[in-house]
Ligand binder design. Structure first.
Ligand code: SF4
Ligand code: SF4
Length: 717
């Protein structure tokens, strides 16, 4: 991992008397250390990658504190790590992206929740829901309910968020339930400050080891017959204990307001958006002073029935603001109101949408309807005017544009090593016909966008090979599964490769070996080349070919017999290898390992190195590609085959031609794909390769002067 988090690591060292300033997710990281956490693990993924990335780089400081940090191979291994807190009074925290990561971790979480924990177990999940999310839209709440884990959804304020970390551990210990700390995207990125406290080295740690293991206790195993007792303990002891702790320590917050015959019950994470929307109705100010009483649920599971009932009693109506579906909280409140025969009218999903993010505008629309029923008057009119004004501005902006703005889907980085393989696949399919492509999670999923539009399904991280198992036997042509090296180690090796080999499946698997889990922030993996390999590769300017054979060795070890390694940028060879795999006589799993280092990571390494050479006055050569505009025939086949953002269009300089010509703009990293595609697809010969020499040697300057003079002489006066 090349990005340096040295500043962040410094802020982890703050102590009593200091003020922490920064982003929510870093504040959570600091709060873990203040809470005496003994071990930390996880699997990276937005929006919580930062937590683990910082902790991994801060290992020397963690060693000082005696805290163990583990970059786990997937979320299941992270969740299983919490098993340390079953017997031992160790506080442990793990992190991942949810809902997908929680799905992967579900088995271990069930087996952890059943016996319960002794030491506090905190699961920091990045709730990737709403605008900006990158995964399927589901709620972690369902997992908390089914496995009886406490669920915190803190108000996005650094003081509250960091308090909830400490309280989360205490709540877990008081109830024996693992606790999930749900951080929405906006909460992770909210900025603010809080009064730091000293970090607490854990009592049992890597520096203060336990002498003996715990005594054998069958009750700590998730195995019948004790699982029947565990199920009863959840409702008889653990949930009541959690509720007591929530009330005694005021984990949920009550905000009074002058309209005390009304109320809003809101998930803590939505508090900021709610207050901003109340402002549009004139029912709150910018500092959060509200006119409608609020019950802010920093703990969304378990609810405390008495607390909710007390809040609702005597009110004409209460609105539940709960993002996503199903409306677990609203349903539970409806039940408890009915059981207590409280006649308070309950609103929620009747006024607010069942799915999608609750932005300020969405909330203001629902609140306007609520206010229209119970607070008719200027508040409703103000909000209606504001909402109508937003619509008018949108329509005015649309009217200025003659046609809607084109969509701008994300795509591969400039010079990405994965783009050429999709070019080769496009060319291969022209020859063998279209194939079923099982896509996967990772940067290669950008291949599902234009100009490639390849991939029939995505079933999860590392799941592509497994996901074609039902398709292959039904298809005349072989199927293709695409997987990254990140996905291979996360899940694909066992879920896909082992299963395909065991069942003797006839399929093709293409593994992108770019050296990192690039899509989550270029974290290192088992097959990341070592530092020596990196520096050797840097001046060759190509990939890290054959520097780490872990993937190939694992495949051979499992018994893969048809295995080819290709260089991603060699489009012609990749095409030939794909065709070979699809037409080979060999009946079984065929694996193509496509090597080419992540360009983002390569540039991060190369740029400072080149800058240092220039600084020292040393000669530096950069490769650039270009298009001869006189030769370009304007059919743009090169663009349809590449999609590189720096290969684009410009007006045709020939006044007699109307079609724009292709051009390579600044930013080209000289990956060579333009030339490879032109050769492999026999495109027009308009591409040229140029070398830009900085700090040239004396004979190069002399040659340049000589050449320039000849060119000038040949040009008409
Ligand atoms: S991060 Fe790396 S692998 Fe991902 S698109 Fe960019 S260059 Fe390609
Ligand atoms: S050589 Fe072509 S594909 Fe590669 S970075 Fe330059 S313009 Fe993009």
């Amino acid at each position: 991992m090349e990005v340096s988090f040295s500043k962040e690591i410094e802020s982890l060292r703050l102590g009593a008397g200091d003020t922490f300033h920064g982003e929510g997710i870093l504040a959570i990281t600091k709060a873990l250390l203040q809470s005496g956490v003994a071990y930390i693990g996880g699997y990276q993924g937005a929006p919580v990658s930062h937590l683990l990335d910082v902790m991994v780089q801060a290992r020397p400081y963690m060693d000082e504190l005696g805290v163990h940090v583990e970059a786990c191979s997937n979320e299941a291994s992270a969740a299983a790590m919490l098993g340390a807190s079953i017997h031992y009074p160790l506080r442990g925290a793990v992190t991942w992206k949810s809902i997908v990561g929680t799905n992967v971790a579900a088995d271990a979480l069930s087996n952890l929740s059943s016996p319960g924990v002794t030491g506090g177990a905190l699961i920091v999940v990045g709730e990737d829901y709403g605008e900006g999310a990158s995964v399927i839209q589901e709620r972690t709440h369902a997992f908390a309910l089914k496995s009886s884990m406490c669920l915190l959804d803190p108000r996005p304020d650094l003081e509250v968020m960091t308090r909830m970390v400490e309280q989360g551990f205490c709540l877990s210990e008081a109830s024996n339930m693992p606790t999930i700390l749900e951080l929405r995207i906006r909460a992770c990125h909210v900025r603010g400050s809080f009064a730091a406290r000293d970090n607490r080295p854990p009592a049992i740690s890597t520096r203060a080891l336990m002498e003996n293991p715990a005594v054998f206790d069958y009750m700590r195993l998730a195995h019948p017959p004790v699982t029947f007792r565990h199920e009863k303990l959840k409702t008889e002891q653990r949930i009541p204990a959690a509720r007591r702790y929530i009330v005694e320590n005021k984990l949920n917050e009550l905000f009074a307001g002058r309209h005390d015959d009304l109320g809003v019950i809101v998930q803590g994470g939505l508090y900021n958006a709610l207050v901003r929307s109340l402002q549009q109705l004139g029912l709150a100010d910018a500092f959060g002073d509200t006119e409608i009483p609020l019950l802010v649920l920093n703990v969304t599971y378990p609810l405390v029935p008495e607390q909710v009932a007390d809040f609702c009693a005597g009110k004409r109506a209460v609105l539940v603001v709960e993002e996503g579906q199903p409306e677990f909280i609203e349903q539970e409140i409806a039940t408890l109101l009915r059981r207590r025969d409280l006649q308070t009218k309950l609103h929620g999903k009747d006024l607010l949408p069942s799915g999608g993010e609750y932005t300020v505008e969405v909330l203001a629309t629902g609140l306007t309807q609520f206010a229209a029923s119970y607070l008719p008057g200027p508040a409703t009119e103000d909000a209606r005017r504001w909402l109508a004004g937003n619509q008018e501005r949108r329509q005015a902006a649309a009217a200025v544009l003659e046609q809607p703005l084109p969509a701008r889907p994300p795509g591969f980085c400039i010079g990405c090593p994965e783009r050429p393989v999709f070019s080769a696949l496009k060319l291969a399919q022209q020859q063998i016909g279209n194939v079923h492509i099982a896509a996967d999670i990772g940067c290669h999923a950008f291949g599902t966008f234009e100009p490639f539009s390849m991939g029939h399904s995505i079933l999860g991280y590392g799941m592509s090979l497994a996901s074609r198992a039902g398709v292959s036997p039904m298809m005349q042509r072989r199927t293709l599964a695409i997987m990254g090296d990140g996905g291979f180690w996360h899940n694909g090796l066992l879920t896909g490769v082992q299963s395909a080999l065991f069942n003797g499946d006839d399929a093709v698997l293409l593994i992108f070996k770019n050296g990192y889990t690039s899509a989550t922030g270029t974290q290192e993996i088992l097959s990341t080349p070592d530092e020596g390999a990196k520096s050797r590769a840097s001046d060759k300017g190509r990939s890290l070919a054959h520097t780490n054979q872990t993937i190939e060795a694992a495949l051979k070890g499992l018994g893969v017999q048809w295995l080819r390694t290709v260089h991603t940028y060699e489009v012609g060879k990749v095409r030939a290898t794909l065709i070979d795999a699809f037409t080979s006589e060999f009946n079984g799993l065929k694996v193509i390992v496509a090597e080419g280092e992540c360009q983002l990571e390569r540039q991060r390494r190369l740029k400072p190195w080149l800058a240092s050479l220039l600084h020292k006055g040393e000669r530096v050569v950069r490769v650039k590609y270009g298009v001869d505009e006189d030769v370009c025939n304007g059919d743009h086949a090169c663009i349809r085959l590449s999609g590189c953002p720096t290969l684009t269009l410009k007006d045709n300089p020939d006044p007699l031609k109307v079609d724009p010509v292709a051009t390579v703009i600044d930013g080209c990293v000289g990956c060579g794909l333009c030339g490879e595609n032109a050769h492999a697809a026999t495109l027009c010969p308009s591409f040229y390769r140029a070398e830009v020499v900085q700090n040239p040697r004396w004979h190069e300057r002399l040659l340049h002067t000589f050449r320039s003079a000849i060119v000038r002489a040949l040009q008409p006066a």
